[in-house]
Structure formats: C-alpha cells, structure tokens
Design a protein around this ligand. Structure first.
Ligand SMILES: *Cc1c(COP(=O)(O)O)cnc(C)c1O
Length: 379
C-alpha cells in the first residue's frame, strides 16, 4: 500500500547524517531538534502552537484532557473512522456519541451531528478522513451555537487546505479549537517510528497541554494536574524536519496518482471514484483540498469482497478501511444506537476499497492496477 523504502532512498543521505548527529549529541529527549521541528511545523501550518507528543492517539487524548472534559460529557464523532478516535473518548470516561457520515466524502454528517446534540454534549471530533477536511464551516457554526469544543483529528490530512465559503484558506488542523495528528510511518508526514502532535491557536490551552504531556509539570517536580508521559524523541524530530520540507511535493505526488486513477476509472458503471466537495474537484493543479492519505473507491455491484481476494491473488495490495462500523464494535456498542441512523456507514463498509497510494507510484503500476480492477469488476 505504501513504498516507504523508495521514499527513504531519495533522502537517505540527509536522513542518515541527521540521525547520526542526534546519536552523537546524545540529546535524545526534549533536545533542540524537537523544538526546531515544533517551530518548523508551526510555520508550515500557520498555527501558534504545536506540541509534539508520542503518537496520534495520545495527541487526541491529551487534547481532550487539556480541554478539561469530564466523565459524563458527551463527545460526538464519526462512526466511520479508525478506532483511536472513539477509544480515547471512552478511556477518559467520556461518552462517545457516534454519528453517520456523508456517502460521498466519507466525512462526518453535519445533520447527524445536529440530531445528536444534547445538554451533555461538550465536543465534536471531526476526522478529516482519507485526506479531505470535514465540513468545517458548518461544524464550527454548530459548535459556536451550542458552545462546544471542536477537536480535529487530522491524522490523515496533514498539509491539506480547507477553503471556507468566504474564501478564507486554512490548513487542516488549524480551524477548530485544537487538533491532533499522527506521524505514524504510513501517514502523509510519517516518521520512522511513532510520533504525534497537538496544534492550537489558544495560548492558554497550549500551556495546559505542554504540562500534561510532561507528567502535569509546569515547574520541575511540581505536579499541578494529572498528566501523562508522551514525547516525540529527537531522532524522529530530525527525520520529520527533513520530510516536512517535502510534504507539499509528497502530497502533490499523491494527487497526481489520484488524478491518474480517476482518469482510468472514468465512465466505469460500478466504480465510484473519490469525490471532493465544497471547493473544486480536489485535484486541480493549484489546490490541495484533498491530500489522498487513501485513494478509496466504492464498488457498487456487490463485488468488493471478491475484488479484494482477486487483487490479493495478483499481489496487488489493497485495503478495506474500515470493514466494521465503530457502533457495531464489541467495545463501543451502546443500546442507545439505532441502526436506521447509520445507513451510510453500514453501506460503505460493504463497498469501499483502498488502492495503493504513496509518493512513489509510477504510471506503469497505476495502469496495471486499474486495468486489473476494471477487468474484474466488469467480468
Ligand atoms: C492513525 C490515526 C490515528 C492514530 O495515530 P497513531 O499515531 O497510530 O496513534 C488516529 N486517528 C486517525 C483517523 C488515524 O488515521
């Protein structure tokens, strides 16, 4: 699904030298390189505060801790996402409220959010799924109206730009009150191990969070709040410093691949290519509203599972993100849920398939993959 080796080969000299420099410096934890990465990412995103941490799941949890959410508070998020999002809500003793998504963008459905709001609702967690922002204009309006926090799960959309209806452009993860991201190796900006970060424009919240990631310490050995230990190490930071310089070109390479996939699948009756809403077609030459963490098709003639088997047999990697809706997962079942409220997710899990998507895909690979998919789906 991803070609991390090919991507590494292209930047090997810089990466290797910077990693050795960290080893020789022995400043492994909280060293100057982590600070440098923090500053570079703040500049890139145009956000006031980046707080690096150990992974994207921690980032979400810490963001929620920083907002002071309390057991019993309800947090609305999407039914169709990676489990990390709902996991941390549950871990903190908050009440997850899963809602349906849009059939075309796969992102959280605004009308479903409105329906789910109660007097206990405290936050909304939109997940910018597969590389495209959720409908942030509408989500921020709802949040303002009901006095809710918005925590963007930006693990899949770093580098994407969201264009509001008034034309204002902002980077994904800088629109809500706080955001989390992951530097897991296969993410659009991935390190060579685990890593994550929290972003916010709120000075007070940033201060609170900087303490939480460090055992709740604001002065050495004084623990003012219950914190966690969640750090990005210096080796990952130098890798990220190098890769951040290439993030836009990496995302462009993903968009190029998506455009070629779309072109090859044009006119196919049973294959629905990814749809980018609210701005343009998402992959025009000068926009970056979709950064294609995944390239996800819908197969509408019931052959999705057979296609997965077929591609596996041909050694063409593919993935089903996600095969089980969160509301049906053993850990997150809740008697209050009603199947009728999850019609889109329940359909998507039967139709979606993600094809290889990375920075090193070439025309020949795309041609091979698309011809095999088309041949099988119509066969
Ligand atoms: C990857 C991912 C996470 C978790 O990130 P980790 O670094 O693996 O903890 C959270 N949310 C979404 C949507 C993700 O894709």
């Amino acid at each position: 699904m991803v070609d991390l080796k090919g991507q590494y080969e292209a930047i090997k000299n810089t990466i290797d030298a910077s990693v050795i420099e960290v080893i020789e410096s022995t400043a492994f934890i909280n060293g100057p390189k982590v600070h440098e990465f923090q500053k570079n990412l703040e500049d890139y995103l145009d956000v006031k505060h980046v707080i690096p941490c150990a992974n994207g799941t921690d980032a979400l949890q810490i963001a929620m801790m920083g907002l002071g959410l309390k057991p019993g508070d309800e947090v609305i998020t999407a039914d169709f996402t990676f489990a990390a999002t709902v996991e941390v809500i549950a871990l903190l003793g908050l009440t997850p409220v899963l809602v349906d998504v849009e059939p075309d963008t796969f992102n959280i459905d605004v009308e479903a959010i409105k329906k789910a709001i109660t007097s206990n609702t405290k936050a909304i967690v939109p997940v910018h799924l597969f590389g495209q922002c959720a409908n942030m204009d509408a989500i921020m309006d709802i949040a303002n109206e009901h006095n809710l926090f918005v925590i963007e799960d930006n693990a899949q959309a770093i580098g994407a730009t969201y264009t509001s209806s008034n034309g204002k452009k902002q980077k994904a993860g800088t629109i809500g009150h706080v955001a989390s991201t992951s530097f897991f190796p296969s993410k659009n900006l991935g390190c060579y191990g685990d890593g994550g970060a929290i972003f916010t424009n709120d000075d007070k919240l940033a201060h609170v969070i900087r303490g939480i990631v460090n055992h709740g310490m604001y002065r050495r050995y004084y623990h003012d709040v219950v914190g966690v230990n969640s750090r990005l190490d210096s080796i990952q930071a130098v890798i990220l410093n190098t890769k951040l310089k290439y993030l836009d070109s990496y995302n462009k390479a993903r968009q190029d691949a998506a455009r070629k996939y779309n072109e090859a699948f044009k006119g196919q009756e049973y294959i629905v290519t990814p749809i980018t809403k609210r701005t343009c077609d998402g992959i025009c030459s000068d926009c970056d509203c979709h950064v294609f963490h995944q390239y996800t098709l819908k197969i509408t003639n019931g052959k999705r599972d057979a296609l997965v088997d077929h591609l596996n047999g041909l050694d063409i990697p593919c993935g089903v993100y996600y095969p089980v809706p969160l509301h049906l997962q053993e850990a997150y079942k809740d008697a209050r849920y009603n199947e009728a409220d999850f019609q889109v997710t329940n359909q998507l899990i039967k139709e979606v398939i993600s094809l290889p998507m990375h920075t090193e895909l070439d025309d020949e690979q795309i041609e091979f993959i698309t011809s095999k998919v088309i041949e099988f789906v119509n066969g």
